[in-house]
Design a protein around this ligand. Sequence first.
Ligand SMILES: [Zn+2]
Length: 102
Amino acid sequence: MAAESEKIYECQVKRRRLKVGGGYEPFWKLKTVTEALIDDDTEFRCSDCTGAVKLHRHHVPGAPPPHIAHKLKTDSEYCPAGLYFRKATDGRLPRMSEHPVR
Ligand SMILES: [Zn+2]
């Protein structure tokens, strides 16, 4: 049996907006992974722990919709959206990524 894989359907994408006083500043916007692909976003992170994620695009019928998964197992172990965190039975508390994407 294949190991269960992590599937997160919401992400944050890096966008730029006009700054007060001129210039642009980056900010993170929450959207679904499907929307992010339609919008051609290129920079992603987990919206819960701000950790790095891998993007999984699927165009195959019957495959799960596009999703992200944590790159780091330690993020998955302590992120509320993480597969390992949700499977943990030790009553651990969630925490932010130790390697946040900024
Ligand atoms: Zn996370």
